[in-house]
Design a protein around this ligand. Structure first.
Ligand code: DC
Length: 230
């Protein structure tokens, strides 16, 4: 059966990466979390003090982009790849609320997007890839055979992210997470370069009231019909 490209877009904390990982494992496809790439660039900017609460040295970051190398290394035990920033595994460091608070500012920069989109397209050039993000069906793979647009209410998404961070021991409040989710929705969908919008040919799935199993069944049935039609 020939391989297809699956593009999954949607607002933050909709569970895109969970469904993307499940599909990639089931189909033996490569999974790419494009958001982790924007997060890793954000972490780099924070480490070099190009960005803080009070300032943003955008030009410095743009000049320095050539020195940022991102790689994914697959981990058998986890069943997905972890991201490396200049040779260092940053998978855990990029998931903090601090990175989440700065990432939309970094993702607005056209030079950053150009660099990351190029790398994403290269990773997907042989198909057999499931990639999640904000512009995968619109910009990265406009010809993807299957495009999904995942949605859920802001309260439900904030609760999911809150539970995740509390579970790993982060000290956060629900209010801070909720505000971050709403603010990122706003910035991600109103930015000039590649805003988050549903591609015309994307299938919308609202998973507010779906269990993980129900969501997987529903989406896997759609994937099967695409594979059969391909
Ligand atoms: O999926 P995530 O929440 O980890 O993504 C982090 C941020 O990166 C998100 O707020 C917007 C940005 N992003 C993007 O602009 N384009 C993508 N393809 C993926 C993420």
């Amino acid at each position: 059966m020939s391989k297809i490209t699956i593009a999954i877009d949607g607002f933050s904390s909709t569970g895109k990466s969970t469904i993307a990982k499940q599909l990639a494992n089931k189909l033996h496809y490569v999974y790419v979390d494009s958001g982790s790439m924007y997060r890793a660039v954000t972490l780099y900017a924070m480490q070099l003090e190009y960005i803080s609460k009070n300032y943003f040295l955008k030009e410095k970051l743009v000049e320095d982009l050539v020195n940022i190398e991102l790689r994914f290394k697959y981990r058998d035990d986890l069943g997905y790849a972890e991201i490396y920033l200049n040779g260092v595994n940053v998978e855990k460091k990029i998931r903090t609320l601090e990175v989440s608070n700065f990432v939309s500012k970094i993702a607005e920069i056209p030079e950053v997007r150009r660099k990351l989109v190029e790398q994403q397209q290269e990773m997907g050039k042989d198909k057999g890839v499931v990639m999640d993000g904000r512009d995968i069906g619109t910009v990265v793979f406009p010809n993807a055979e299957l495009k999904l647009f995942i949605t859920a209410s802001a309260e439900i998404r904030a609760k999911r992210r809150f539970d995740e961070l509390i579970k790993r021991g982060d000290k956060v409040t629900f209010e801070a997470i909720y505000n971050n989710v709403v603010e990122r929705d706003r910035i991600d969908s109103t930015r000039e370069d590649s805003p988050l919008i549903k591609a015309d040919d994307a299938i919308e799935i609202d998973n507010s009231n779906l269990s993980l199993e129900e969501q997987f069944e529903k989406i896997y049935a759609i994937v099967q019909s695409k594979l059969n039609a391909n």
